[in-house]
Design a protein around this ligand. Structure first.
Ligand code: ADP
Length: 595
């Protein structure tokens, strides 16, 4: 979660065209878009008529008939009302569109990534996925929900304003067009320099807070090594650098302000001067001059707004590219177009047929090396072997989190790859080594095993998993929140919750990755009891770390370096000597002492 990035840190894209990928998300809201466009065009047009009204008002200041003046003022108020309503409507419609589209995109991305197989998460950090769902969608929100409409409005105002300026006075328009480059060129040059400097300033501020947080986070070490003065001067150094960068920015900005204000006002004065002479010569009316100046200001404002929005569009284009990449990412594991069906009832026969597999992240290491194994319905098989032998990999492949590189794995004789994953997984229950507890009540945590289970079924499962008593001892029984990641529960209790989940799921195949950490004797017995309960009548594969588990298994499979090196019962394997006998002595947490 640590590397969720802020809006400003997200990369821009040079290809504004990437925004086109948003189209499929906009399409369902065509009606809304049309209404918003209507509101936008009409308010732009109304804005453009406002100066016309002003002109009438100015030109009639001296009119003898006060009624005309009243009428013009009245008309101006009506225009203002229309403008207000139109703008409010445009805001409401456009923002609604933006929020709607972003909600849809967020859902689409989450729908996609929640189903991705683990190899996807080996390529991309969870933090990056979160950044895309939160920050990148927010960038798109600002574009769809405002920038695009602001850009369109300003474009209309720019084009319309220019045309009306020309109509009002071709001569003055020509003059303005001559002045524009004189004003714009210094603004652009200084503006670019200003952006570089403010970026630099930001970097120094970030560096100084980074320094501070590192030193403060390790404050005891700093003090223990009497490193305070070094830390002080290091912090002072970056802070002064940040001040210097700020001063360079401030000076440039001040210079820019001087130049821009002078140039803009001289320009306006110059145009007014020429215009005033025309008014005196009665070539144009005072109202027309006022009208012209207002158009000129509107056009200038539109240009400024457009130049600002460009950066935002680029940032949103970058965000769109990243989201589209997620939406279009291809999963290494996929369901067949025409899936096979398991014949009910599923019995739970499992076959590994000459399966070899290397994790995509470590192609050089064979995690499984020509593994063949048949497990009959209802059988309990314990997998033992040194760490890294491939025991967990067996479970990962059985859930089809990955596909084998060669060979195949079947359930009731049907290749897993020819089944839909969500179908065959319904017949499998998993108790992972480190059970996940969600920030919800005990009841909801168990219900995770089967969302439609009744409260009575949940309690029955909890009883069978030896979890009922400790749940009842919690302050609110089954309704007690288990807290973030189950901090309130002991290791053994978490395992029993996970086993209750598996019991509730009532699947013919059970995959159990036993915890390596030792439990106290009491929990140990409770967990063992729960395991016996859940495995009876089910095909059970246990990655075993306890002697008690191993001795109860119908068969023990000994693995080493991805291969099956021996299969048999505890007695057979011990008397056979070899790896198992050594493991039994060294590895099982309850050791041979328990015999
Ligand atoms: P065990 O459960 O017997 O301790 P695993 O099945 O977890 O062993 O691992 C088998 C081999 O695969 C080991 O060499 C391990 O380092 C490697 N491995 C396990 N998980 C991954 C993974 N996600 N990416 C890359 N290599 C992995």
């Amino acid at each position: 979660m640590a590397d969720v990035k802020t809006k400003e840190e997200r990369e821009k894209s040079r290809r504004i065209g990437a925004l086109g990928a948003l189209w499929p998300f906009l399409l369902p809201y065509r009606g809304l878009i049309a209404l918003a466009a209507l509101a936008l065009v009409s308010t732009a047009m109304i804005s453009l008529t406002l100066p016309l009204a002003v002109r009438r008002v100015v030109d009639n200041f001296g009119a003898r008939d006060a009624v005309i003046l009243d009428q013009y003022f009245g008309a101006a108020i009506v225009i203002a009302a229309l403008l207000a309503i139109g703008t409010g409507l445009r805001y409401a419609l456009v923002t609604r569109l933006g929020e709607r589209v972003v909600a849809d995109i967020r859902k689409a991305v989450f729908d996609r990534v929640i189903g991705m197989s683990p190899s996807f998460y080996e390529r991309i950090m969870t933090g990056e996925v979160l950044s895309r769902i939160t920050t990148d969608t927010t960038l798109i929100l600002s574009v769809v929900g405002s920038s695009v409409s602001i850009a369109l409005r300003n474009l209309l105002i720019f084009v319309g304003g220019m045309a009306l300026m020309l109509l009002t006075s071709a001569k003055l328009t020509g003059l303005v067009l001559l002045i524009v480059p004189v004003v714009v060129v210094p603004i652009l040059t200084l503006g670019r320099r200003l952006r570089v400097l403010s970026r630099e300033n930001q970097d120094w501020i970030a560096a100084s807070s980074g320094q501070a947080s590192e030193a403060l986070g390790a404050v005891q070490t700093v003090q223990a090594y009497t490193h305070e003065n070094v830390s002080r001067s290091a912090f002072a150094g970056v802070t002064e650098k940040s001040f210097d960068a700020a001063m360079r920015r401030v000076n440039t900005r001040a210079l820019m302000t001087v130049i821009v204000i002078f140039l803009v006002f001289s320009g306006v004065v110059g145009v007014l001067w020429v215009g005033a002479r025309d008014v005196r010569a009665e070539d144009m009316s005072a109202g027309a001059l006022v009208q012209f100046v207002i158009y000129a200001i509107m056009v200038a404002g539109a240009v400024a707004a457009l130049s600002e929005i460009w950066g935002e569009l680029q940032r949103a284009a970058g965000a769109t590219e990243r989201l589209v990449e997620l939406l279009r990412s291809i999963d290494a594991v996929s369901d067949p177009a025409t899936p096979a069906q398991l014949a009910p009832p599923v019995r739970g026969r499992i076959d590994f047929e000459d399966v070899s597999f290397a994790y995509p992240a470590r192609p050089g290491t064979q995690a499984l090396d020509h593994v063949s194994l048949s497990i009959s319905p209802g059988e309990t098989v314990a997998f033992v072997g040194p760490s890294g032998a491939g025991k967990t990999t067996i479970i990962q492949l059985l859930l089809r989190f990955y596909d084998p590189d060669t060979g195949r794995i079947t359930l009731d004789g049907v290749n897993l790859a020819s089944l839909r994953r969500d179908h065959f997984r319904r017949h499998v229950a998993l108790v992972p080594q480190d059970p996940v507890i969600f920030a919800a009540s005990a009841r909801e945590n168990i219900r995770f095993g089967r969302p439609d289970a009744t409260d009575a079924e949940i309690e029955a499962a909890a009883k069978a998993a030896a979890a009922h008593d400790f749940i009842m001892a919690l302050p609110e029984g089954y309704d007690s929140g288990l807290g973030e990641r189950g901090v309130m529960l002991s290791g053994g209790q978490k395992q029993r919750i996970a086993i209750a989940r598996a019991i509730l799921r009532d699947a013919p195949v059970l995959l159990l990755d036993e915890a390596t950490s030792a439990l106290d004797a009491e929990s140990e017995r409770a967990v063992q009891h729960a395991v016996d309960e859940v495995s009876s009548g089910r095909t059970t594969l246990i990655v075993a770390h306890r002697l008690a588990t191993v001795k109860k298994a119908d068969r023990i499979v000994v693995m080493d370096e991805g291969r099956i090196v021996a299969v048999g019962s505890h007695g057979e394997l011990v008397s056979g000597g070899g790896l198992y006998a050594r493991l039994a002595q060294l590895q099982f947490t309850d050791g041979l002492a328990a015999e």
